[in-house]
Design a protein around this ligand. Structure first.
Ligand code: B12
Ligand code: SF4
Ligand code: SF4
Length: 373
């Protein structure tokens, strides 16, 4: 009997540091494309306009690459080895989500995917294409089809044997491989992730409205946030882990062995006062090789100011005041909001009297007058 050609690929994936490597058909039809169209049609993608422009290509692997026959789905465990949510009890510190505490996972995974893809191409003589979140491919439904896990009610892919902390990457191959069995859904009657969400971002189980998700707001959304979400963010300054961290299937999660995704000490409970004082150069240095760098200093400092506004720590008033003269209106506006929460009413009114007349930007004026929505 001929050896299973998948074994070589699995062994090589494991040697490259991947924790999971499974195979799925890339050509069979699915309903994920229609669900994506529903998501975008309802406007749930918010300002992520690339989701609109790539909608047709994202509908199915073969609409992007007609020759695709097999999806080789890779998973990399980034489990922290503990429940990170209690860290948020320290309101004078910021919370950076677990996935962003080490090196950018795109950089960690991409090179390895390319190496593996090269081996697959050499072995099969067929073309390959590599994906890690950077091109329009729906990775979670492919991972479910390959049996890596299932999309839970929070819409992330989780696994019976590994819990919720898994990065995904995909290689499409024009070669046919025998598919692994797909995974079924094992959420049952549980609604823990839906109930914990601080912004009620789930319009229904298995559906997310990204516009309400703190991960979207802290990372993808550039402007001043709608006021209703600012208090809910608490100390979350980059991403959000709540719906992942509370899932009971995490009892099977294990700590990641991958050195490049291990948390850097400086990115666990960093002091808000220090973060508010970062200029562009210091921001870039602190977040070198981290995904946080991608959002830029101004958006990050905006997030820090919302967290300062939620801190209840009057010792942070000086840090927020120091940002009232920033060039970016989004930073000035967030500083005003933070001060409105931390200063007593009389002192804030006096500051407003001093500052409002000199403020030229309408969005920042609205923060001073309390008219911001
Ligand atoms: C856009 C995006 C986001 C957006 C939107 C998230 C989302 N859930 O769609 C935002 C910015 C909010 C986001 C946040 C996060 N993200 Co993100 N994100 C993506 C990205 C680039 C595309 C996802 C996508 O296509 N979304 C569109 C929606 C429509 O797709 P979907 O969730 O698969 O939709 C399914 C369900 O809604 C369901 N559905 C819809 N209606 C119905 C109805 C019924 C009855 C049923 C049963 C199902 C159902 O079917 C749809 C198709 O399968 C992927 C990478 C990729 N290329 O796939 C990473 C990815 C999903 N993100 C990832 C991560 C880690 C996160 C965060 C955990 C980061 C953080 N800690 O802050 C959060 C999690 C938030 C959450 N609860 O989802 C990982 C997830 C890994 C995993 N194990 O699942 C991915 C795969 C990146 C990667 N390569 O590892 N992300
Ligand atoms: S990441 Fe946070 S805000 Fe987004 S859906 Fe999950 S719990 Fe809600
Ligand atoms: S918390 Fe419960 S409902 Fe949510 S993904 Fe985990 S098992 Fe499913």
């Amino acid at each position: 009997m001929a050896a299973d050609p998948r074994k070589f690929i699995r062994d090589s994936a494991s040697a490259l540091g991947f924790d999971v490597c499974r195979f799925a058909s890339a050509s069979e039809p699915w309903s994920a494309g229609e669900r994506l169209a529903h998501f975008v049609g309802a406007g749930r993608h918010g300002d992520m306009s690339w989701m609109e422009t790539t909608l047709e290509r994202r509908a199915h692997p073969t609409t992007m690459w007609a020759e695709a026959k097999t999806a080789i789905v890779l998973g990399l465990n980034y489990g922290p080895g503990h429940d990170p949510l209690p860290e948020m009890a320290d309101r004078s510190a910021g919370y950076i989500s677990v996935y962003a505490r080490g090196d950018d996972y795109h950089d960690v995974i991409k090179g390895r995917l390319k190496t593996l893809a090269g081996q697959v191409a050499a072995r099969t003589g067929e073309d390959v294409k590599v994906f890690v979140d950077t091109a329009p491919l729906m990775e979670k439904p492919l991972a479910q089809r390959a049996g890596v896990g299932w999309q839970g009610k929070h819409t992330n892919l989780l696994s019976r044997t590994r819990g919720n902390w898994l990065f995904l990457g995909v290689i499409l191959s024009a070669a046919e491989f025998e598919p692994d069995p797909a995974e079924g859904e094992h959420c049952g009657a549980c609604t823990t992730c839906l109930d914990v969400c601080p912004t009620q971002a789930f319009p229904a189980p298995f559906q997310l409205d990204a516009r309400r998700c703190l991960s979207y707001l802290t990372i993808e959304f550039a402007g001043p946030w709608p006021v209703e979400f600012r208090g809910a963010t608490g100390s979350r300054i980059y991403g959000c882990d709540d719906c992942l961290a509370v899932c009971p299937w995490n009892k099977f999660a294990v700590a990641s062995q991958e050195s490049r995704v291990q948390a850097r000490e400086a990115l666990v409970s960093p002091r808000l006062a220090d973060l508010a004082g970062l200029d562009d150069a210091a921001f870039r240095a602190l977040f070198a090789k981290s995904p946080v760098k991608r959002i830029g200093r101004d958006r990050f400092v905006r997030n820090v100011l919302y967290a300062i506004g939620n801190s209840g720590d009057s010792g942070l008033i000086g840090a927020a005041r120091a940002l009232l003269d920033e060039p970016a209106p989004v930073v000035r506006g967030a500083a005003v909001w933070a001060l409105s929460r931390l200063m007593d009413g009389t002192a804030f009114a006096a500051l407003r009297a001093e500052r409002l007349a000199a403020e030229a930007d309408a969005s920042v004026q609205a923060e001073w007058t309390g008219a911001a929505l």
